[in-house]
Write a protein that binds this ligand. Sequence first.
Ligand code: AQP
Length: 328
Amino acid sequence: KEIVVSGIRSTGFLHLGNYFGAIRNYVRMQDEFNCYFFIADWHSLTTHPDPKDLAGNVLRMVAENVAAGLDPEKVALFAQSDVPEIAELYMLLNTLAYKGELEKVPTFKEKVRLNPDNVNAGLLTYPVLMASDILVHRATKVPVGKDQEQHLEMARNFAHRFNTRYGADFFPGPQAFNYGDNLVRIPSLDGAGKMSKSENQMATLYLADDDDLIRKKVMKAKSDSAAGGEMPESVANLFQLMSLVGHAATVAKFREDFNAGTIRYGDMKKQLAEDMVAFIGPIREKTLELQKDKVYLNKIMRAGAEKARASASATLVEVRKLIGINYY
Ligand code: AQP
């Protein structure tokens, strides 16, 4: 079976972008592949280092993943920090990553722009840690949203450089993956960027939002007054969301209304809000139920960590040999 790896930073509540970019794929992939899914707690420290938030975020995200359909019997679901081999590989791969290429990464430049007082080395080397997360299991497929495409390209470069330097065909080149052709990008409701855990929270729909908050956010979503002709981006965004959570027939009806010039955006948003409530509600309720059982969540994490460490330590044995760390 092909090996699959993906992670989500423990920086807050999961949202629709995480769901449609990543978790929806996880749920389908768990039946087909050998899957390692993790909560990226180390990654979160570059921007969210508050110790009092960490455990709560990590445990809730385990619950959210299971509530969204992940079966911990089928996949390894674990915390990144439970696999120290990732840190070892990260240190080794750092010798193959160039400062210049890391500085050019658009997500790094954006973080620097938004928060110039926190340009730490962890932020700069994020793509190296991410490559280690993936390569430590010698994975080939990485289900992620569109925002991660370039990081995957870097992971392939590091894998290739390692193979070249040590004269071995050891690491496969991992590919970003989505069922369907293109990687997904869920826009924020104000049209100003992508949905995100930590930015733009009133324009992001979280899997934990209650029904009224979902309605309020959707009704405030950016739309337009245009009807017919070329579709403005804000309207296309509403259609994208509706296609993901609504019925095909409703989407078709509003599309016809748009083409005919009779669309009423208030009606469309009301429909979208109800579709969202129906979609998010059950995941939220299931999460709340799972969160009551910390023992169960810890059991999932321990089992996941054990499986992930077995795979990671086998890789590191080979990596050390190839590098020449082989003294006894
Ligand atoms: N809007 C999105 N559309 C599609 N996929 C998305 N992902 C994130 N946002 C979208 C995918 O979710 C996975 C986890 O990524 P992350 O932990 O970086 O998520 P985030 O919501 O972007 O979190 P943060 O902490 O708020 O990060 P920053 O500060 O980077 O915005 C990935 O597969 C990602 O593609």
